[in-house]
Design a protein around this ligand. Structure first.
Ligand code: HPA
Length: 293
């Protein structure tokens, strides 16, 4: 089956996810039971260095698709986040990089790792990305908490026969990004004096960046951020009943807003610039999740 095709047999898909979940379980150290999955977007993968007792495995060994995009390492890392003298920290599974549907993968393939991590026990999924800023007042380098999304990819990772073992045929999407987790993130940001805005993320297919007219359209539709990921992962996590927290790093102002052409270098450069703040915030959130998850 070509990567871009979807499984038309729901039990085949379920079996593929189950296989990956079992491979994750086999990779975990004895007694480990991570309940939080973290997906790190473009240039943000270095949070893995902040984990204690870390252990990594190549995506290929887990049946995960590999990304060819610069800034996406392609390793799953297990470790303890926010470990300190007074806290054992919280166990996490962390994806350094993700694949995108614009690389030629079906959305089913794109979301396989998230489904596998949820099946392996991660009932909280933290999704991060680098995004273009569309909303008024956003600047490159801003960190933004997702409060909702617009699926403008023209496709759904749930297309095809539904396997009820994942979730219902028509899952509710009223609160994709968990209100309690958002409140925690906001409290942590306030405590650390980190400016954290909130916004609606529009997920587009890409890979070309938007035209200025498309950006105006997105603003009219209520988008604050635009990117090429996150939405499908959030959909399947909710489909499986996991809680989702989403966070964007504004890597650039969207097309037509700054007078400058966009480039992937700018995206990774901004991510590099805000990395330390981003890691501090993420670590603070993880410290709070020690008692919540
Ligand atoms: N548009 C779409 N995706 C992006 C952007 C953008 O401006 N920046 C980072 N990812």
């Amino acid at each position: 089956m070509s990567r871009a095709e979807i499984h038309h047999d729901a039990s085949d898909l379920f079996a593929a996810v189950k296989r990956s979940a079992e491979q994750i379980a086999a990779f975990l150290p004895e007694g480990a039971a991570p309940k939080i999955a973290l997906v790190l977007g473009s240039g943000l993968g270095s949070y893995a260095d902040a984990l204690s007792d870390a252990k990594g495995i190549d995506y290929a060994e887990l049946g995960f698709p590999r990304s060819g995009v610069v800034g996406h390492a392609g390793r799953l890392v297990y470790g303890r986040a926010a470990k300190s003298e007074t806290s054992p920290g919280v166990e996490v599974l962390l994806m350094q990089g993700r694949v995108h549907t614009y690389e030629g993968h079906s959305l089913q393939t794109v979301v396989l790792p998230v489904r596998a991590m949820v099946m392996a026990g991660c009932k909280t999924v933290v999704l991060t990305n680098a995004a273009g800023g569309v909303g008024a007042g956003l600047e490159a380098g801003d960190l933004v908490l997702l409060r909702d999304h617009l699926n403008l990819m023209g496709d759904s990772p749930l297309r095809g026969p539904n396997d009820d073992r994942f979730g219902p045929r028509f899952p509710d999407m009223t609160e994709v990004y968990d209100a309690k987790l958002r409140a925690v993130a906001e409290q942590v940001a306030a405590k650390l004096s980190i400016r954290l805005k909130s916004g609606v993320y529009a997920g587009l297919l890409g890979p070309q960046y938007e035209t200025p007219s498309e950006v105006r359209m997105l603003r009219g539709l209520g988008a604050d951020l635009v990117g090429m990921s996150t939405v499908p992962e959030a959909i399947v996590a909710r489909h499986m009943g996991a809680k989702v927290l989403g966070m964007s790093c504004v890597s650039n102002l969207a097309a037509g807003m700054s007078g400058q052409p966009l480039s992937h270098e700018e995206v990774t450069e901004t991510a590099n610039r805000v990395r330390a703040t981003f890691i501090k915030l993420l670590d603070g959130i993880m410290a709070e999740l020690v008692s919540l998850c």
